[in-house]
Design a protein around this ligand. Structure first.
Ligand code: UTP
Length: 300
């Protein structure tokens, strides 16, 4: 029987060009969403899914990521001496038994290239890939990954790729999945017939977009090596997945349930939406945020 997945790769080396100037000197993956940076949500999700070995793919100007997940004895003892239990609890993500590994992608040659840098870390095992600029909102944010990992094991999958519905007029901005058969039920893995990176407008009728969470068998690394760069010089993870479908390997799509939602901070529109929704849902300060927004709505 295959071993449970214990390793995750978190690509976080992209330039974040669409978020300049906010990302001039700080990683987009460290932008705050409510009270935490994006990466902390990602790491807490992985920890809750039992993924304790986490490889971050970083790069230039990404130092803040390492600092955030590094133990800080001076800060901890200051909080202990002050008896600040609340803040100590807020920092518990550092000490949940995870091991953090880092490698640098020196030039941003695409998501596929970034994931490929994890080959030695994964060392022939199945793994999870979780994009560092996307968070899951759900009562249990790790539930989608747990279900995908279970499906991966039970189906002996080559890959399970999370997907979400997007409006048909926006499919040209996403990796689009064509599922086998007509219907894809939430939470039910379905074999993929095809996957297309940013299809030209009006060329696909599937509204299923790749959504930032994946499981892979180790053969993905061979596929990545065989994937040529696209016209922008980037190696796409979607193209490597397509290669595997063409080899008739079992690559599955997994649709989020209605109460689970993927948010990303890739551009200002999605960042603002993400921040507002998380601030409104915050258990400590959400009430104040909701009051403020209500008052503001009268002015608009
Ligand atoms: P994006 O393509 O959305 O990020 O990648 P980007 O390249 O930073 O975006 P822009 O166009 O410059 O604004 C999604 C995830 O993949 C990582 C990013 O850090 C992000 O978490 N990524 C992307 C890499 O690690 N390396 C790459 O070469 C590209």
């Amino acid at each position: 029987m295959s071993q449970p997945i214990s390793k995750a790769i978190v690509p976080a080396a992209g330039l974040g060009t669409r978020l300049l100037p906010a990302t001039k000197s700080q990683p987009k993956e460290m932008l705050p969403v409510g009270r935490k940076p994006v990466m902390q949500y990602v790491v807490e999700e992985l920890q809750s899914a039992g993924l304790m070995q986490i490889l971050m793919i970083t790069g230039r100007r990404k130092q803040a990521i390492e600092d955030h997940f590094d133990a800080d004895p001076v800060l901890l003892s200051a909080l202990e001496q002050a008896g600040n239990e609340t803040m100590l609890a807020e920092l518990s993500y550092i000490q949940r038994g995870s091991r953090f590994f880092y490698t640098r992608q020196s030039s941003p040659k695409g998501l596929g290239h970034a994931v490929g840098l994890g080959a030695e870390f994964v060392d022939g095992q199945d793994c999870v890939v979780a994009l560092g600029d996307s968070v899951i909102a759900a009562e249990d944010p790790a539930a989608p990954l747990r279900a995908m990992m279970e499906a991966h094991r039970a189906l002996k999958a080559a890959a399970v790729v999370a997907v979400e519905h997007v409006p048909l007029e926006e499919t040209h901005r996403y990796g689009i999945v064509i599922a086998q058969g007509d219907e894809l039920s939430p939470g039910e893995p379905v074999l993929m017939a095809d996957i297309i990176e940013k299809p030209p407008r009006g060329t696909v009728s599937s509204p299923l977009a790749v959504a930032a969470r994946y499981t892979f068998s180790p053969a993905i690394f061979e596929a990545l090596q065989r994937t040529p760069p696209d016209s922008q010089g980037e190696i796409q993870l979607t193209s490597a997945s397509k290669l595997r479908i063409q080899m008739e390997l079992p690559v599955y799509a997994w649709l989020f349930r209605p109460d689970q939602r993927r948010y990303d901070v890739g551009n200002f529109e999605s960042y603002f939406r993400t921040f507002v929704d998380f601030a409104l849902a915050d258990e400590r300060y959400g009430y104040l945020a909701r009051q403020y927004i209500k008052a503001k709505a009268y002015e608009l």
